[in-house]
Write a protein that binds this ligand. Structure first.
Ligand code: CA
Length: 377
């Protein structure tokens, strides 16, 4: 089998209502999908996290290296691309581009052997994942009290057993928002907070101490990703578990986070940190360091499917316990018109639980009409 084509799809959709994390306002959602064709008629799909036009440029430039190659030796192809570009970008968009290619190659490999990707990654430890609702961003309304409690209660009513609240808007607003959401979901639903690296360690520790009483399951990206010492400070001085890693890349980047004991929970994004090949390695490293692994997911249904196949094979965080702590799926509930539309069968939750797709490869089918509808090319 030979690769005959590598295509990029830049997609974009306007949002009906703008929303904000601590990093800024969103008025559109974008996606960058990779399509790899073979001479046997098999087609594989991948997705890149990150700025769509830049990751597309990376993939378009690497395409020539792939044409004519056998798509099955995924490890060899990963190493070839990484070695070719490591001098120019061992982190960031180069690795995001490589991630989408790697996922598409795994999709082809699964389809070629007629098995789901999770089986080729080692076999499923679980066929469904508890999903946590990511939402609770800010709207263009002055007082978040007007909508946060209602939105949070809605997730609990839908059956989600965990929700994540965006913070990073100032200590006072964050404290009030955390209290509101905790009261809205009750004591039984897990509550995580995510600052999207809005704070330095001084401010993050102050906030953490103020909200500790609301039983926070993890504090995500309290400080900028470059500030490893800041992560260590936050982790040492707060009883709340510290999560991060959506802005880190490859086993080499995560090695530094693990060795420096910066994290309790690692969150590599399969569409950014190096694809399925690399995230499996990072997951094995996380286990060896006693660090939990809950991947970052902020893409379309394709990103979700790839993440689910990885999540299926991860060890439990406490493998020998009678009631193991299982990894969770990040389930983005914010508006994303492309997310469900591009799959002929969207990935949905049932009472906060999501099944790992069962078909060959990633187990999903792309709706080409939706690709055309959202095309930004
Ligand atoms: Ca995050």
């Amino acid at each position: 089998m030979k690769i005959t084509g590598v295509r990029t799809h830049i997609l974009q959709a306007a949002l009906s209502r703008h929303f904000a994390s601590s990093r800024g306002w969103y008025d559109t959602r974008a996606a960058m999908l990779v399509e790899i064709e073979t001479d046997q008629g098999l087609v594989g799909w991948g997705e890149c996290y990150g700025p769509a036009r830049i990751t597309a440029a990376v993939v378009d430039n690497v395409a020539a290296w792939l044409i004519g190659k056998d798509p099955l030796p995924t490890e060899y192809l990963w190493q070839m691309i990484y070695a070719g570009l490591r001098d120019h970008g061992p982190k960031g968009v180069i690795i995001q581009g490589l991630s989408g290619i790697d996922i598409a190659l795994w999709d082809i490999k699964g389809k070629y052997f007629g098995v789901p990707v999770q089986q080729l990654l080692g076999g499923a430890q679980r066929t469904e994942l508890v999903a946590y609702a990511t939402g609770l961003l800010r709207r263009q309304v002055d007082d978040p009290a007007c909508y946060l409690a209602e939105e949070a209660a809605g997730y609990a009513a839908e059956g989600f057993s965990a929700v994540k609240l965006k913070v990073g808007f100032g200590e006072e607003e964050d404290m009030a928002a955390t209290r509101l959401v905790r009261e809205a979901i009750g004591p039984a639903v897990k509550l995580m907070i995510d600052a999207n690296h809005a704070y330095d360690s001084v401010a993050a520790i102050r906030l953490g101490r103020a909200i500790e009483q609301y039983d926070v399951a993890w504090f995500e990206e309290p400080v900028p990703p470059e500030d490893i010492a800041g992560y260590q400070n936050v982790r040492t001085l707060l009883p709340i578990p510290v999560a991060g890693g959506e802005c880190e890349f490859t086993r080499f980047g995560f090695r530094e986070l693990f060795v420096s004991r910066a994290l309790d929970i690692a969150q590599p994004d399969v569409c950014a940190a190096g694809g399925l090949s690399e995230c499996k390695k990072i997951a094995d490293m996380a286990e060896a360091f006693g660090v939990r692994y809950n991947p970052h997911v902020w893409g379309t249904g394709l990103a979700m499917a790839a993440s689910l196949h990885l999540l299926a094979v991860l060890p439990s965080h406490t493998p020998s316990a009678l009631r193991p702590i299982e990894p969770m799926l990040e389930f983005d509930r914010t508006e994303h018109p492309i997310r469900e539309a591009i799959l002929t069968e969207p990935i949905e939750h049932t009472r906060g639980v999501v099944r790992v797709p069962e078909g060959a490869g990633l187990g999903i089918e792309i709706d080409r009409k939706a690709l055309a509808r959202f095309s930004a090319q």
